[in-house]
Design a protein around this ligand. Structure first.
Ligand code: MRU
Length: 376
């Protein structure tokens, strides 16, 4: 997608030295575009856990390249141990996003056979590139399928703008390209369908205010930033036609873990008869988990993320300021689970389906009878 009219992805190998992997350090957006170079597995683990990169698909792609980076420091004698340690380190960085373990396990499987160090290194590089390309391609296809949902509403509204509410950032910055929730929006905008996006600010990290609003501005998509608690009011006043959100982990029964606050939007949407869709590439399904609320691990992050905010002050300097009494206790749950019954449909790279086991397995028949196995 575009930054200042130039096409970017969120992660790519340095063309002059592919052993170095480049990322957009998202902590500085929307104020500054900072490109960071990752050179060893510690850099990768830090970039994921401290959210230089974030979002399900991008976390997976970063972990894929992280495994490649790890082997560059291995010798013939310790390669298996180096990869095992790197896998453990990367998987521990963020517990909720399914794509993380999925990408790491895919890399481990790719080099599980025979082969010397150079062969394995080449395989890890090729697989990391494949994971990234696939992520971009799957998101592009999610856009094509989701476009039809928006087109139908636009036709019903006789060409009046379709008002779409989204939460957090399931945009291209959360993936390698296109995004999941935003892909249908970009596709509709490019097809000449009038859309307008309500952007939830998304406390405490403010991914909506900082990232989604910036992305939509760069692509010229009309949008309005709203405080997190505004969606219900807008829905009651018929100012929302459709909700599309992303997900960090989805059970094969259709329960969805997404950024904290998503569940409340789903409840409000149900109360107001507004379609609530979740967009995801298949790498975000967890084929082992049946009960989202009981089984999806919910990441808890440092309380200071709630007690401080960072932004640009009037003189243009980036500052972090406290907004709560220093001794106040905090609870910073990063995600919540929306049960399948509140979801109108899932938009995947293979098409749209109901958030229910038979329909999900209908789209992914190769996963039938394989609970207990990570998808790959
Ligand atoms: O904590 P983050 O920023 O990594 O959370 C991920 C998200 O941005 C959202 O939960 C998003 O809606 C789904 S990720 C595609």
């Amino acid at each position: 997608m575009k930054i200042n009219n130039i096409d970017y992805r969120t992660i790519w190998p340095d063309p002059a030295n592919p052993k170095i992997i480049r990322i957009i350090d998202q902590r500085h957006l929307p104020h500054r575009l900072v490109i960071e170079e990752l050179k060893n597995v510690e850099d990768f683990a830090k970039a994921i856990s401290e959210m230089h990169v974030r979002g399900a698909g991008l976390i997976g792609a970063t972990a894929g390249f992280g495994m490649y980076s790890a082997i560059l420091c291995a010798t013939r004698d310790n390669v298996d141990e180096v990869l095992r340690t790197a896998a453990k380190k990367l998987i521990a960085t963020r517990p909720t996003a399914a794509n993380l373990a999925w990408a790491v396990n895919r890399q481990l499987a790719a080099v599980s056979g025979d082969g010397d160090l150079a062969d394995k290194s080449a395989v890890l590089f090729e697989t990391a590139i494949r994971i990234a390309d696939e992520d971009a391609d799957f998101c592009r296809r999610i856009g094509e399928h989701g476009l039809e949902i928006i087109r139908e509403i636009s036709t019903r509204k006789k060409g009046e703008p379709v008002n779409i509410l989204t939460h957090c950032n399931a945009g291209w910055l959360a993936f390698v390209d296109y995004g999941s929730a935003t892909a249908p929006i970009y596709a509709a905008h490019r097809a000449g369908i009038k859309v307008h996006v309500w952007v939830d600010e998304t406390r405490p990290w403010l991914q909506g205010a900082k990232l989604t609003a910036w992305e939509l501005k760069e692509e010229g998509v009309p949008h309005t930033l709203i405080a997190d608690n505004t969606g219900g009011h807008l829905m009651q006043h018929k100012q929302v036609d459709l909700v599309i959100v992303g997900t960090d982990r989805t059970t094969y029964t259709g329960d969805v873990a997404n950024k904290i606050g998503t569940y409340l939007k789903a409840l409000a949407a149900r109360d107001n008869n507004i379609p609530f869709y979740v967009a995801l590439p298949s790498s975000t399904f967890d084929w082992r988990i049946r009960d989202g609320i009981g089984e999806i691990p919910i990441e808890e992050r440092p309380g200071d993320e709630i007690k401080f905010v960072t932004g640009r002050n009037a003189s243009g300097r980036i500052e972090t300021v406290a907004i709560a009494p220093p001794a106040t206790k905090t609870a910073n749950y990063a995600f919540d689970v929306t049960p399948a019954r509140l979801i109108t449909g899932l938009i995947t790279e293979r098409g749209v389906c109901q958030a229910a086991e038979p329909e999900i397995l209908g789209l992914y028949p190769e996963k039938r009878g394989t609970p207990g196995k990570q998808g790959g």
